[in-house]
Design a protein around this ligand. Sequence first.
Ligand code: BDR
Ligand code: CA
Length: 339
Amino acid sequence: KTPIWLDCDPGHDDAFAILIAALHPSFDLLGISTIHGNSSLAKVTNNALSVLTAIGRPDVPVYPGAKKPFMRPAVHAPDIHGDSGIDGTTLLPVPAAKPQSIPAVQAMRDAIMATAPQTCVLVITGTMTNAALLFAAFPETAVHIKTVSIMGGAFGRGNITKHAEFNIYCDPESANSIFTLPALSHKLILSPLDLTHTVLVTTSVRQTLTSTPSTLRTMFYELLMFFADTYIRVFDMTEGPPLHDPVAVAAVMDESLGMGFEYDEVEVVVLSHGEEMGRTVKVGDGEGVDFNAHEGRRQLDKAGDVVAGKGVKVRVGRKLDVGRFWEVVMEVVGRADER
Ligand code: BDR
Ligand code: CA
């Protein structure tokens, strides 16, 4: 089994990331940390505990992480996920467990250090403040990490601004600190909007979900209907909402499971000021500044920001087997039903 840690801000789509990480037999979920994002830290922490209770895994420890980024106020997304961060159903249960009292990064450090070198997977489906703090405070953890898989970024259109994707926009400095950390070179996978927008919750997906009656399935269905309405209202997307976050979990599933992931290996930097704040740029791809021309030096981006050092190699997902992805989701829903 792959040891996995999930750092998240549930979140309708985060709920499905929790479901796969907690119940797919190929994973051993070590713990969950929460992060400011879709709603306040207190609310997303409660949501994580509630989802774990709903799917029969209240034993998974949940650690509240950072309430805000280092350098700016927290931004939430009530227009997308509702005030609670996961509106749309009354079927989410009162959590059967309480949040842990150990600081999240300490718990992450302890869990990751207890795994064998190069084995542990860290999946991040929120903004990257916890991760930046973890690797700054405990750099020794990077040796035990096999992959850090992140949902975030946009190389086409953004979803919080024209250019920026929400998770990166909320804390661009932390994102940059991860994308420029030499110890994580070749260990980073990024699933940007360009990829997650291929994974749409269509009517047929919702029909498959509810083909067997259960309260849990109704709960997930109601969450997906809320998310679908959001995407119609805010983005005029009628074909179904993209289920972003579980894509970052699928990206670290063993190749034998046939998720069909394809990547481009590039360097990524995040612009952190002005109109383009939170925009992810592939280094040397002709957009913005040719960062390669200044290899290894501190550089200025287009808006005049200092961009820290040279980016490390990141595998940016461009394709996955969407049919296979939904099979895995339905398989874990079935497992949750049995609990
Ligand atoms: C990301 O932003 C959040 O609102 C979602 O949960 C997802 O992690 C998509 O941009
Ligand atoms: Ca999220």
